[in-house]
Design a protein around this ligand. Structure first.
Ligand code: SPQ
Length: 425
């Protein structure tokens, strides 16, 4: 797919439902008693993988447009699937389901595509095994396929070396079934959708600073959920609105949970003109409309506690920094190396190919902004966030940018290119 400079972006969009929240609503709905009705569900490939895994374990799930109805089987109602569970490209599906499967009374093999089979699973195997789970990596490389034989679990206090919502959530979900309390302490607070949503389903879960604490549950109860727009998807239009001359975009209904809103803070630090309008709350998840306008941007430093709150937006932020005056330093972001692609390496390569002055560091990047950008051929490595980042940057560069594997946006934002096209008119 090819992109070239656009004159301006104008108009309104509603981005699809939050991916993290969509996954969790299906998982918790499947474990609940009664019906869970989910509105504005993200019908992207990752969340559909979660649905098919639970359908394979005997849960009835109806999909109609972006409404999903989950007829929960209760905490102890999952059935042994007849085949291997396929998590596709989704790290969230793999790691969170592993926590649930650790406590079931059957054995399952869990796997995914080529990218999933390279992503690190030791980070969940270690704590879940300490709880009593029996998990082995089929090829002994600490990656999927994982063979999980359900066992009785005990609560633990786990000091996680990484700030990761997937690690935290996997342990908390196992903790629903454990004897005694389970605690997870992170170096910095990661996204807290699991804690908020499990609590609304009736679980006894709370947070003390960077520690999440859960007590074993007797039952969860089906809920009605309105999924906010995904701030990680909105990020592409936020950046586009700031970078492309003469632009003004209203992005409606975006989730602005403080554990996810780092991009707003960083864009403001860089001089971005943004307004949050119509702020409201649903199921503990704050939402707003975001009005963004073309801005004169300058470099900034990003590191420490803000990193988990914008981890998936860092590729787009790195691209934004190329159009800002001065230097931007991104540090403490080594986690980017173990996403769908090595997002540090792939970004540095792609930005350099377009003429940017950027260097890779051990845990991030240094970008010296303000250099003129030109089109290039960019390999997305089938990483949706890379494809969308370079599509937007292609709209700011001289000449033509071609994205290889552009269709991978179907993971988190199937109608991304149509929404982008609409704003150019
Ligand atoms: O699900 P997956 O493939 O891991 O998706 C990504 C993404 O860019 O969409 C990461 F590659 O988002 C993760 C995010 O990086 C989703 C997530 C969650 O829903 O809990 C948490 C983050 O990962 P982690 O490893 O920091 O917990």
């Amino acid at each position: 797919m090819k992109f070239s400079a656009v004159r301006r972006l104008h108009g309104e969009i509603t981005v699809p439902g939050d991916k993290s929240i969509s996954h969790r609503s299906v998982m918790f709905g499947s474990l609940a008693k009664g019906t869970t009705e989910i509105h504005h569900f993200l019908r992207g490939a990752d969340c559909l993988s979660t649905i098919s895994c639970f359908q394979a374990m005997g849960v009835a799930i109806d999909i109609s447009g972006d409404i999903v109805i989950v007829h929960g089987n209760g905490l102890h109602g999952l059935k042994k699937p007849e085949a291997i569970l396929d998590c596709g490209n989704s790290g969230t599906t793999t790691r969170l389901i592993a926590g649930i499967l650790s406590a079931q009374d059957f054995e399952v093999t869990l796997t995914g595509d080529a990218s999933i089979q390279k992503r690190p699973m030791k980070r969940i195997i270690t704590p879940l095994s300490r709880m009593g789970a029996r998990i082995r990596s089929l090829h002994n490389n600490d990656c999927a396929p994982l063979v999980i034989s359900g066992s009785p679990l005990n609560g633990i206090h786990y000091l996680s070396p990484v700030a990761s919502a997937q690690v935290k959530s996997s342990i908390l979900l196992a903790g629903l079934y454990a004897s005694g309390e389970t605690r997870v302490t992170e170096p910095y607070l990661s996204r807290n959708h699991t804690e908020l949503m499990l609590s609304s389903f009736g679980a006894d879960v709370h947070t003390e600073e960077t520690t999440a604490i859960i007590k074993p549950a007797k039952e969860l109860y089906g809920q009605k959920i309105e999924v906010p727009g995904d701030i990680s998807s909105a990020a592409f239009f936020l950046a586009a609105g700031l970078m492309i001359p003469d632009s003004e975009i209203l992005i409606r209904g975006v989730g602005i949970n403080p554990t996810r809103d780092g991009i707003l803070r960083v864009c403001r630090d860089m001089g971005g003109k943004m307004e949050l309008l119509n702020i409201r709350e649903n199921g503990g998840e704050p939402t707003a409309d975001i009005l963004v306008k073309t801005s004169v941007l300058h470099g900034t430093e990003i590191g420490g506690a803000v990193i988990p709150t914008l981890i998936d937006e860092l590729p787009m932020i790195a691209a934004l920094a190329c159009l800002a005056e001065g230097e931007t330093i991104i540090r403490d972001a080594a986690e980017l190396k173990v996403k769908e692609s090595n997002r540090i390496e792939v970004m540095v390569r792609g930005l350099s190919a377009m003429g940017a002055d950027v260097s890779e560091t051990d845990d991030g990047m240094i970008i010296r902004g303000g250099k003129p950008l030109h089109g290039a051929v960019i390999d997305s490595h089938l990483d949706h966030r890379i494809a969308m980042t370079f599509a937007i940057l292609g709209c700011c560069a001289q000449g033509e940018t071609e994205i290889i594997g552009a269709e991978c946006v179907n993971i988190s934002y199937p109608r991304f290119y149509q929404d982008l096209e609409r704003l150019t008119h």
